[in-house]
Write a protein that binds this ligand. Structure first.
Ligand code: PLP
Length: 385
């Protein structure tokens, strides 16, 4: 079987063996409903509460501030809609131009529903204009919502600074930490974030489970109503195996984070260096900004990302592009467009996202294959022009 070079870890990550083992054990042996009063149910409740402690510990929260959800998207929807619904006199939110579609699509819906949404811009390196964000906050701003690490470029927003501004102005801040949780230290004790969204499958946990950190005394209305689960903030029988898997992944991430930052960061830097030195048209997106250590977004000027991805895939290499194919014309991603990148460059942007499962040999192979792919496509382009 062809070796799979998996460099698409911002899409999803490989679950740890310990995660799969914990989920299997729970699914097989501990299938009671955690709300049941019998001892069997209480044993399962204990599993859920242990996972809550593990997830809370990853971000310095109290376990009572963790609400389990079905993933990042649901956490984001609960945070934003939940705050708006609990603060009906305020109809304005502030966000950024480079958010994940979970926030972007919801912002579009909210605009249709009559809310006013301001999306703050970024500079050519993808850095948020923090001064603009401060200016946009108004007396009727219900919430600011920004991401920590960008899923396409890895560019980090200065969450401490943004949280301090929002706190001073009395505006709750929701942070989409889906791409940073488990990779970077986050501490809600020292940073006045109000809400934070996490997703297990981005840090070697299972898909379909996430969490929302809700700081004590935050006014938030449930969006899924029914039974009283999750302190009445998210009804429905808990996805116990997923929650236990997320707890296991959170504990491992906390333990190994510092080592992974060094190892994976070195691989990412090596990949970028080799691509830039061997391919004259390669440009690193977000260069110059603080970035999460696992993400390399490299644009190959004059080429289409989709064509590159197909040839990479033939070589067993999984990467991705942020661009969407709409009505036959390939649009550069909204992130790259917001950075003001020349479309001739932005169309060829490829995201390589690494994890600790990647090896130096894999990086060497990707760096070896890429120049051939680029020259093949350049030759096809030259023949057609
Ligand atoms: N936010 C960011 C920054 C993401 O990268 C993603 C997933 O790609 C999400 C939110 C959505 O998370 P989930 O897949 O768990 O719904």
């Amino acid at each position: 079987m062809q070796h799979i070079y998996y460099l698409d870890n911002n899409a999803t990550t490989r679950p740890l063996d310990a995660v799969i083992d914990a989920m299997t054990t729970v699914s097989r042996n501990e299938y009671a409903n955690p709300s049941s009063l019998h001892l069997f149910g209480q044993r399962v409740r204990h599993r859920v509460e242990t996972a809550r402690e593990q997830v809370a510990s990853l971000i310095g929260a109290s376990p009572r501030e963790i609400v389990f959800t079905s993933g990042g998207t649901e956490s984001i929807n609960l945070a934003i809609r939940g705050v708006l619904s609990a603060n009906r006199d305020k109809r304005h939110i502030v966000t950024s131009a480079v958010e994940h579609s979970a926030v972007r699509s919801l912002s579009g819906r909210l605009t249709d529903e009559g809310f006013s949404v301001d999306a703050v811009g970024v500079d050519g390196s993808g850095r948020l204009d923090v001064a603009e964000l401060a200016q946009r906050l108004r007396p009727d701003t219900a919430l600011a919502s920004v991401m920590h690490a960008n899923n396409e470029t890895g560019v980090l927003f200065p969450i401490d600074e943004i949280a301090a501004i929002c706190a001073e102005r009395g505006v709750p801040l929701h942070v989409d930490a889906v791409q940073s949780a488990g990779k970077l230290p986050l501490d809600v004790r020292s940073c006045p974030i109000t809400l934070m969204s996490l997703s297990a499958h981005k840090f070697h946990g299972p898909k379909g489970v996430g969490a929302l950190f809700v700081r004590r005394r935050t006014r938030l209305d449930a969006q899924i109503v029914g039974g009283g689960q999750e302190r009445e903030l998210r009804a429905g029988t808990e996805h116990v195996a997923g929650i236990v898997g997320m707890g296991t992944a959170a504990e491992a991430a906390k333990r190994d984070m510092a080592a992974h930052a060094v190892e994976v960061g070195a691989l990412r830097d090596r990949l970028e260096r080799q691509l830039v030195s061997s391919i004259g048209t390669a440009v690193v997106m977000g260069r110059g900004a603080d970035r999460v250590y696992n993400t390399a977004n490299v644009a190959f000027a004059g080429l289409e990302a989709e064509a590159i991805l197909i040839l990479l895939s033939e070589a067993g290499i999984c990467a991705s592009s942020g661009s969407a194919c709409s009505s036959g014309s390939l649009e550069p991603s909204h992130v790259i467009a917001a950075m003001g990148v020349d479309p001739r460059i932005g169309h060829g942007a490829i995201r390589f996202s690494l994890s600790h499962f990647n090896t130096a040999d894999e990086v060497v192979e990707v760096a070896r294959v890429m120049p051939n792919i680029v020259s093949r496509l350049e030759n096809i382009g030259a023949a057609h022009s």
